[in-house]
Design a protein around this ligand. Structure first.
Ligand SMILES: C[S@@+](CC[C@H](N)C(=O)[O-])C[C@H]1O[C@@H](n2cnc3c(N)ncnc32)[C@H](O)[C@@H]1O
Length: 261
């Protein structure tokens, strides 16, 4: 299972440089631009450790988050308690088979918006995973609500193929070494990434862990088709973080906005 054990424990350290504030600002531009009516409730798919959700909750939205990883949800719950974030609820669920009992708990009817941030949709490795996920998302949204997600843009992967990487982090006296070895499965539109995490004290490895992530990259027309087949109409495709530009082969990430019809 991805995002378990050491990978989950060190998630916030690994992604501490991610610009969650800037991404939330982009999300709010899209919510304002595309949701018909006002936005009170947001469903977050693959909410992880709540990088976006805690900020959105501070801005007054009610959040219901789901994530398949019990470790990530445990950390999310700790942050909710620590921040007394009473307008966030989370639960362990798979994006391909959830039915948002949280809709009633939030007391707001069906959701005004759904988000899946940081390449969650890429974890739909097969077509049937994406169809199942979009069906669940569509069922959770009210008509006129929107679904916003970011994912990898295939032309950029082909232009700038993945390379293996080693990144080192410091955690007090410990050194955390994360290795990522990537194989491109060209016929499946997937990158298979083997992450290895080692915790070292001095030269001694005191613990290690590895997990394999299979993440898909996408073309806009195929996403448009899958969205349409599942009650969602494509409204916009943008370069990640730039709500005025189309996806670019220079940038791996793109953002997709679709409306529940
Ligand atoms: C890269 S993390 C993003 C977490 C968070 N949204 C963020 O921006 O930091 C991907 C998350 O998707 C979750 N995920 C992957 N597959 C999933 C599935 N089938 N159902 C629910 N969550 C899933 C993982 O457990 C992980 O927490």
């Amino acid at each position: 299972m991805a995002f378990a054990s050491l990978y989950a424990n060190y998630y916030d350290l690994f992604y501490g440089q991610k610009d969650y504030t800037g991404e939330v600002a982009t999300l709010e531009i899209l919510l304002k631009r595309f949701v018909e009516g006002s936005v009170h409730s947001i469903l977050s798919i693959g909410c992880g450790t709540l990088g976006h959700e805690l900020l959105l909750a501070k801005h007054g939205y009610k959040i219901f988050g789901i994530d398949q990883s019990t470790e990530m949800i445990a950390m999310a719950k700790e942050k909710i308690s620590a921040g007394n974030a009473t307008n966030i609820q989370v639960e362990v669920a798979d994006m391909r088979s959830f039915n948002v009992p949280g809709t009633d708990a939030l007391g707001t009817g069906r959701f005004d918006a759904a988000i899946a941030m940081f390449n969650i949709i890429g974890y739909c490795a097969k077509n049937e995973d994406l169809v199942a996920t979009l069906r669940c998302v569509r069922a959770a949204l009210r008509p006129g609500g929107i679904f916003v997600f970011d994912c990898w843009f295939a032309p950029a992967i082909f232009k700038d193929p993945p390379t293996d990487r080693v990144v080192e982090f410091q955690d007090g006296q410990r050194q955390i070494v994360r290795r990522a070895k990537t194989v491109q499965l060209v016929n499946d539109d997937l990158l298979e990434i083997e992450f290895t995490v080692a915790i070292k004290e001095g030269e001694k490895v005191i613990s290690d862990w590895s997990e394999r992530h299979r993440v898909r990259y996408w073309m806009v027309p195929e996403l448009t088709y899958f969205l349409e087949q599942n009650g969602l109409a494509l409204l916009a495709a943008h370069e990640f973080g730039n709500t005025e530009a189309p996806p670019s082969p220079e940038k791996w990430n793109m953002m997709i906005v679709a409306r529940a019809v």
